[in-house]
Design a protein around this ligand. Structure first.
Ligand SMILES: [Fe+2]
Length: 352
């Protein structure tokens, strides 16, 4: 229901106008001063305010200026007995939607009110549509966010599954990939890479030996020394990992870094004898993490060598085989931050 407020210090005008409006079916209140009108508006805003200009203590223009500070949609009609072009212009400038000359004639007054009622209804309709649009957009955004989250979580769970499947075939290295991934993420954090990069390096580490799926498990678990053919078969896991992942929908660095995790700075690695900057930075981090983790943990053919020997190895071959900045970050991580190898599941976030 449209609510209308009449503000005039002349009682006869208040009565006459409110009678016109009540008869026409509107809900009407009256105020005998602009100050009372202001208080009534603050208590409960009106759709249309019809106000006299000249009133004691507060004018109709001042009332209108106040209303405009809290409500831009309310329709305001100004009326006066001393109609001049200046007062009309001032009223419109201050935000009036209409200007009525006294004496006010019933038909013209109701026609004015009617057209303002239509404007109010139109505004309310637009406001409703705009609220519905906002609600729809919020719903859509929430749905997309929820689906993206589900997708990310399912991708992360598939990474965990692949990690576990690889290690089931080689129980002697159980947890190796997770420890490498967690160490690679810690080195990346130490080097101030973004959280996205750190999480991605972790995820790559978790499946970096996926190519071992093609290696017979008797070779993977063989306690003694490997012969040349067996060694060559094991070495194939880096290229196989790349081949297996290159068509999977993951950031392309996954397949590349996995294919390069046995390369070395001086070109002495495999499978492609890449050198220095030909190797992806993610791979450089993975390479150091893999070497350190492998040396620090027990293998069927030898006991764990310990952190000191592992750090000595990367330090000795700093620049020659391993990226110097990665080596420095890794050494600092163990010697200053007392990092210890961690095989618990870390947060995996794969950029979509
Ligand atoms: Fe490997």
């Amino acid at each position: 229901m449209i609510r209308i407020l009449i503000v005039d210090d002349e009682q006869s005008i208040r009565h006459t106008l409110s009678r016109f409006l009540l008869k026409a079916g509107y809900q009407v209140d009256t105020a005998e001063s602009a100050i009372i009108g202001k208080q009534m508006f603050v208590a409960k805003p009106y759709d249309i305010v019809v106000s006299d200009i000249v009133m004691p203590r507060m004018t109709g223009i001042e009332l209108m200026e106040f209303i405009r500070t809290i409500d831009t949609q309310c329709r305001i009609l100004i009326m006066t007995g001393e109609a001049t072009v200046e007062t009309a212009a001032r009223a419109v400038t201050a935000g009036a939607n209409g200007y009525l000359n006294k004496p006010i004639l019933k038909e013209a007054f109701l026609a004015d009110i009617e057209s303002n009622v239509r404007a109010v209804e139109e505004n309310k309709k637009k406001e409703k549509i705009s609220i519905q649009k906002d609600q729809y957009r919020d719903l859509l955004e929430n749905t997309v966010a929820a689906s993206t989250e589900t997708l990310k979580r399912s991708m992360a769970s598939i990474i965990h599954l692949l990690s576990d499947v690889t290690e089931y075939r080689d129980p002697y290295t159980s947890g190796h990939q997770r420890r490498v991934g967690n160490l690679a993420a810690a080195i990346s954090r130490k080097m101030n890479f973004t959280p996205e990069f750190c999480n991605m390096v972790r995820a790559i580490g978790y499946i970096h030996d996926i190519g071992k799926m093609i290696v017979p498990s008797e070779i993977l678990t063989k306690p003694g020394k490997l012969n040349e053919i067996e060694y060559k078969l094991i070495q194939m896991h880096a290229q196989s990992g790349y081949d297996m992942l290159q068509h999977v929908i993951l950031p392309k660095n996954f397949a590349i870094a996995i294919g390069q995790h046995h390369e070395r700075m001086d070109g002495s690695g495999y499978p492609n004898k890449l050198k220095g900057s030909e190797i992806l930075f993610e791979s450089h981090i993975l390479i150091v993490s893999d070497v350190v983790e492998t040396m620090m943990t027990h293998r069927p053919y030898r006991p764990a060598l310990g952190v000191d020997q592992a750090l000595e190895e990367i330090s000795y071959f700093r620049t020659k085989k391993y990226h110097p900045e990665v080596v420095d970050a890794c050494i600092e991580l163990f010697n200053k931050d007392y990092y210890s190898l961690e095989d618990s599941l870390g947060e995996i976030h794969i950029p979509l």
